[in-house]
Write a protein that binds this ligand. Structure first.
Ligand SMILES: *[C@@H]1O[C@H](CO)[C@@H](O)[C@H](O)[C@H]1NC(C)=O
Ligand SMILES: *[C@@H]1O[C@H](CO)[C@@H](O)[C@H](O)[C@H]1NC(C)=O
Ligand SMILES: *[C@@H]1O[C@H](CO)[C@@H](O)[C@H](O)[C@H]1NC(C)=O
Length: 469
């Protein structure tokens, strides 16, 4: 394809789309409602407090007793078919091990202390209590501290970042900046409230999180996320580019029309394919049939969560065993698809049993399964996609990193249509979808490098301005 034509089309597109503000594109009334609409119980608008209250995870004796009772009185599971590991879902021959571990070996007191090792808070935004961790680094005077909002995904939790937090906030003289992290539970997850009425999708969550960061005193900030955190942040950097200084994601994705057209165009012939993707990475995107059959094989969970979350939630909130199997089958699959053929789904290779149960506790303790999966229903619908937000570009400087076993791959040729200031887009030969949880040190290294790159971009952008004047 003629490079000149591509550049011309792209710049004409950017001029046209950016000529109107995002507010105009998605509708001014709707845009404004994102930061004003009340999502809490009706009639409590006047009682809303702006306090930031300290919070601690509490595993009460009553909850533990009830949980152990349910685990110990579980029914016998149906054994897997001969020779089958995780291909039909969670391998039930693992179940006694995990249920015994949870009821008898998992030390609730010790893990509660582990989860409470960082300062945690709650604050109410638009009717919803948002739970978060905030860790401020100690730095020599004059060192710039960058506020970074980090968002987890499903079926994860803030736990994904627990080993990252001390690394990323530890000031190192090698960098001339330090990072203050704000790790929030997505609304409806962990200890954050879910909405009480329909329509609370990723655009609405973005509005709430923008208010949330302002409540904490940040006018401008950086953001990082994977999975549903990234789906939210994609919207947030599009809706509010003026408050977001930079975006790092380990789930680089865009479903904009032009990006998808680019992907499909690559399927026409090797010539087009080479224009779309580095040949060394082409097997992650082509042939399309392979990609779409993979979706059919593995994304059933997403379809049910996106359509009938409440029905699914009945069993998940009643049975620790069902909840565990549903969440951990997804963790196994998203971490290493090839480990379907492994007896334990590869879970033991990547995560400690304690951290696996910790993560499940974020769903069990406050009964948050149903509210968490409603996020899929509120995202994958015409209300969200009808705004065409996926096709609206954002100038927020963006760096991406793609782990080898990540669910899907999108090359810079697609990403840069959405992220017009795509500074870097790395592809690694290791790690999976839960990159931060699986490899906290490597993950932290990439996030810090991205922040340094984004700061350098801002410094350059400033200099250019002066030169033009
Ligand atoms: C659980 O951990 C606490 C705190 O470390 C410890 O005092 C207690 O003995 C442990 N309980 C068991 C059953 O190991
Ligand atoms: C587990 O996944 C890794 C990475 O995809 C793969 O190299 C390994 O062969 C898998 N192991 C099994 C037994 O499937
Ligand atoms: C670059 O600088 C200009 C002028 O200060 C500003 O309007 C623009 O938003 C900056 N770009 C980014 C992506 O921050």
């Amino acid at each position: 394809m003629n490079t000149f034509v591509r550049i011309f089309v792209l710049s004409a597109y950017i001029t046209l789309v950016l000529g109107s503000s995002v507010r105009d594109l998605i509708g001014p009334e709707y845009y404004d409602s994102l930061t004003t609409q009340w999502w809490g119980p009706p009639g409590e608008e006047d009682k809303a407090s702006t306090d930031i209250r300290p919070f601690k995870v509490k595993f009460t004796d009553e909850m533990i007793t009830d949980l152990r009772y349910r685990i110990n009185n579980r029914r016998k599971v149906t054994p897997p078919l001969e020779g089958i590991a995780f291909q039909y879902g969670f391998n039930t021959d693992n179940m006694d091990y995990w249920m015994d571990f949870w009821a008898n070996k998992y030390n609730f007191t010790e893990r509660e202390a582990y989860l409470n090792q960082y300062p945690q808070f709650k604050t109410n935004i638009q009717g919803l209590d948002i739970h978060f961790i905030r860790v401020t680094p100690e730095v020599p005077e004059g060192v710039e501290v960058l506020p970074l909002l980090m968002l987890h995904g499903w079926p994860g939790s803030v736990l994904e970042f627990y080993e990252v937090i001390p690394l990323i906030t530890g000031y190192c003289e090698h960098n001339d900046f330090a990072v203050e992290v704000i790790v929030a539970s997505l609304p409806g997850f962990g200890f954050s409230d879910g909405a009480t009425r329909p329509g609370f999708g990723t655009l609405e969550i973005s509005g709430v999180l923008k208010n949330f960061m302002h409540r904490l005193g940040y006018e401008k900030f950086y953001v990082q996320g994977g999975d549903m955190g990234a789906m939210t942040l994609n919207q947030m950097v599009t809706l509010y580019p003026e408050v977001i200084l930079g975006y790092h994601t380990n789930y680089p994705r865009t479903l904009g029309t032009k990006a998808l057209m680019t992907w499909f165009t690559g399927a026409i012939s090797p010539f087009f394919q080479n224009a779309v993707v580095d040949p060394a990475l082409a097997d992650k995107m082509y042939p399309l049939t392979k990609v779409f059959l993979g979706i059919m094989e593995d994304l059933g969970y997403m379809h049910i969560q996106a359509t009938k979350p409440d029905t699914l939630g009945v069993g998940m909130s009643d049975s620790p065993m069902a909840l565990f199997a549903w969440l951990m089958q997804a963790v196994s699959w998203a971490s290493r698809r090839a480990n379907k053929s492994k007896f334990d789904g590869g879970l033991h290779d990547l995560y400690t049993p304690e951290s696996i149960i910790d993560n499940v506790m974020y769903y069990w303790t406050d009964n948050k399964f149903t509210t968490s999966v409603r996020m899929y229903s509120e995202h994958y619908n015409l209300k969200t996609f009808g705004t065409n937000i996926e096709s609206i570009p954002t100038p927020v400087p963006t760096c991406t990193v793609h782990a080898k076993d990540e669910l899907s791959y999108m090359p810079p040729s697609m990403l840069s249509i959405k992220f017009t200031n795509l500074l870097s887009s790395l592809s690694l030969d290791n790690y999976g979808h839960f990159f931060a949880w699986e490899a906290p040190e490597v993950f932290t290294k990439y996030v810090l490098e991205a922040l340094a790159e984004i700061r350098a971009y801002h410094a350059r952008n400033k200099t250019c301005d002066h030169n033009e004047l």
